[in-house]
Design a protein around this ligand. Structure first.
Ligand SMILES: NC(=O)c1ccc[n+]([C@@H]2O[C@H](COP(=O)([O-])OP(=O)(O)OC[C@H]3O[C@@H](n4cnc5c(N)ncnc54)[C@H](O)[C@@H]3O)[C@@H](O)[C@H]2O)c1
Length: 334
């Protein structure tokens, strides 16, 4: 049984506690939040779990083998570092840190201490995203043309990070997993509508080698919630709607065929409009699969799918995006 300590019981922490309380091979030992009023519901729902307002108490508890950190990003570096120094395995919410330098330091420390450092890049544990990955890997889409996502809703405004660091990080992690290649350049434009707060709407473009492009649109000021991604290849195209309960994936046998009898200047484009189908996907809760994976990695000393390196890759893109945002969309090389 792996003893789990959780730091941060705000909006997201309760989802992690619930899933780890049900995970095989793990036991939630203690839950910490610096706001004492957050702890009353923990004692009521999980009577055997210790509660505290002191993160130090969790990080020094001999019954805690692994720590889950679900606090705002500005606190991640110090908390993860202390946990690793105390020889605890760590699962941390996204993004890993607010700087590449700090993120790399944590990856190196985890390696030195031989501890698991895993990122809560939740979407990679969803059946729909796994199915897309399998299709792309099997070459079903052919050569990829684009990755195009929209993730918008009303709120939740964050104090310490802009909308890219809050919402686009999900799309970046999905894109990283599915495409398996890194962008060479990014360009971001965005704007803040509330004085003193970070950008609440942003458009991030990622340029890759060859003819692959990605565009991510994120917004905290949208009247409706949209979670849609289009992935286009020369053979097939996918529309992924994360809010579609029964059939989140639709595969389109649509595209273009280019034929030329007299060289590239005379190329002819013809349109192909074949069938659409919706594959069956595993609809289990992502956090349940994620909790099982973390327990497996800690128990068997395995490298997680969402390892510390994946966290560094996301922070590297986000840092470059911030640089581009400040320069009104000027492309920044990675
Ligand atoms: N994967 C997802 O879908 C998802 C969704 C939402 C949030 N998140 C991530 O979860 C993390 C937390 O976000 P949230 O929306 O729950 O924020 P939140 O502000 O609602 O909750 C954070 C909690 O941490 C507590 N806290 C802060 N510093 C602390 C410290 N040093 N010691 C103990 N407690 C401390 C706060 O009191 C607060 O209750 C962020 O990294 C966020 O990006 C992930």
């Amino acid at each position: 049984m792996i003893g789990i300590g959780v730091i941060g019981y705000g909006y997201w922490g309760p989802n992690l506690v619930r899933n780890f309380a049900e995970a095989q091979g793990a036991r939630v030992v203690s839950v910490c939040d610096s706001r004492a009023e957050r702890l009353a519901p923990v004692s009521k729902r999980y009577p055997g779990v210790k509660t505290t307002t002191s993160a130090d108490e969790v990080l020094n508890d001999p019954a805690v083998d692994a720590v889950i950190i679900a606090t705002p990003v500005a606190t991640h570096h110090a908390l993860v570092k202390q946990a690793l120094q105390n020889n605890r395995h760590v699962l941390v919410t996204k993004p890993l840190t607010d700087s590449v330098v700090d993120a790399q330091e944590l990856v190196e420390l985890a390696a030195k201490k031989n501890r698991v450092l895993m990122l809560d890049h939740t979407f990679l544990y969803k059946g729909s995203v796994r199915t897309i990955k399998d299709m792309v890997q099997a070459g079903k889409l052919g050569n990829l043309y684009y990755y195009d996502s929209v993730r918008v809703n009303l709120g939740l405004f964050q104090h310490d990070v802009n909308v890219l660091w809050d919402l686009a990080v999900h799309d970046l992690s999905i894109m990283d997993y599915i495409l398996g290649v890194q962008p060479r350049e990014v360009s971001a434009a965005g704007i803040a509508h509330v004085a003193g707060r970070p950008e609440d709407i942003a458009y991030l473009t990622c340029f890759f080698e060859q003819n692959l492009i990605a565009h991510l649109h994120v917004n905290w000021l949208a009247p409706v919630k949209v979670r849609k991604t289009l992935i286009g290849g020369n053979k097939q195209m996918i529309v992924y709607d994360d809010l579609e309960p029964d059939a989140p994936l639709k595969i389109y046998d649509k595209g273009i065929d280019i034929s030329s009898s007299e060289g590239i200047y005379q190329a002819l484009v013809s349109y192909r409009t074949g069938d659409m189908w919706a594959p069956q996907v595993d609809m289990r809760e992502a956090l349940s699969a994620e909790a099982a994976h973390f327990v497996d990695c800690v128990t068997h000393n395995k490298r997680p799918l969402t390892d510390g390196e994946s966290g560094v890759r996301m922070v590297r893109i986000l840092e470059a995006a911030n640089e581009s945002l400040a320069a009104h969309g000027k492309p920044v090389k990675l």
